[in-house]
Ligand binder design. Structure first.
Ligand code: ATP
Length: 240
């Protein structure tokens, strides 16, 4: 892999009060990659993703993005530089329409023609959503709401998309659909860091993965390597 990574975490530490939730992790993500971060509940995955987005302060170490240290850069400035977060629980505006939600994603832009073009791109990727533009978002199914959340993030034209458990609370068939959307976003050249409890599916779709346990990264490898790893199978894929 030539050049330098788009994102690099170096000895990243994050604390809640006196409690260290992330205990010095290293992670690298190259432009164009789809990488997943898996691990049990409470391992520190969401905390890590939030820190990269700038909505969670860090206690130590460094976050490097496109060659710059962005440790204390406010979230809205990271967004403008191309770091977009789809948070756990989706965070859509339930009383606004689907179209209003999508346009919210472009609030920091003023290139009108570019925004309209990106809307069209999102409609092509999410035809289900295009049919529902005037509908109030809170009345959509969980899977459709997740698609709106991803679509909204795409309207900021991200270079790095941070996805926090997009499969949460969705039926298996819907989860498959969401992962297909994630893959098509990756194919468009957006670099993706995906946090997932659904390790099996995440590792199937991702090129590489990191396993997090109690605030530390304990394993890393290609999706296939991790899928075949007995420790991963035992701990996360429900095998003994
Ligand atoms: P989940 O899948 O449940 O989101 P996770 O791997 O994303 O799990 P985090 O949510 O990052 O884990 O939590 C890491 C640790 O930090 C846990 O021990 C959790 O209890 C703690 N924690 C998370 N948020 C807070 C908070 N706002 N205040 C105090 N402790 C927190």
């Amino acid at each position: 892999k030539p050049g330098s990574p788009l994102l690099k975490l170096q000895n990243l530490q994050i604390s809640y009060g006196g409690i260290q939730a992330v205990k010095g992790i290293d992670l690298e993500l190259w432009a164009g990659e789809l990488v997943c971060l898996i691990g049990a509940n409470g391992a520190g995955k969401t905390t890590t993703l939030n820190a990269i987005a700038g909505v969670q302060p860090i206690a130590g170490g460094d976050i490097l993005y496109a060659g710059d240290t962005i440790n204390v850069l406010p979230a809205h400035k990271r967004l403008r530089r191309g770091v977009a977060l789809v948070p756990e629980g989706r965070g859509i505006f339930t009383r606004l329409t689907v179209e209003e939600n999508l346009r919210m994603g472009a609030y920091s832009r003023n290139d009108k023609a570019g925004i309209e073009a990106d809307l069209e791109r999102v409609y092509t990727m999410l035809p289900r959503i295009k049919e529902r533009l005037p509908q109030v978002a809170g009345t959509l199914s969980g899977g459709e709401q997740q698609m709106v959340a991803i679509g909204r993030a795409l309207l900021s034209r991200p270079k790095l998309l941070l996805l926090d458990e997009p499969s949460m609370g969705l039926a298996p068939l819907v989860v498959e659909k969401i992962f297909e959307v994630v893959q098509s976003v990756a194919k468009e050249g957006v670099t993706i860091l995906l946090v997932e409890q659904n390790a099996n599916l995440a590792l199937e779709f991702a090129q590489r993965g990191y396993v997090m346990e109690s605030g530390r990264i304990t394993l890393t490898g290609s999706g296939d390597e991790l899928l075949a790893n007995p420790k991963v199978r035992e701990a996360y894929l429900g095998e003994m």
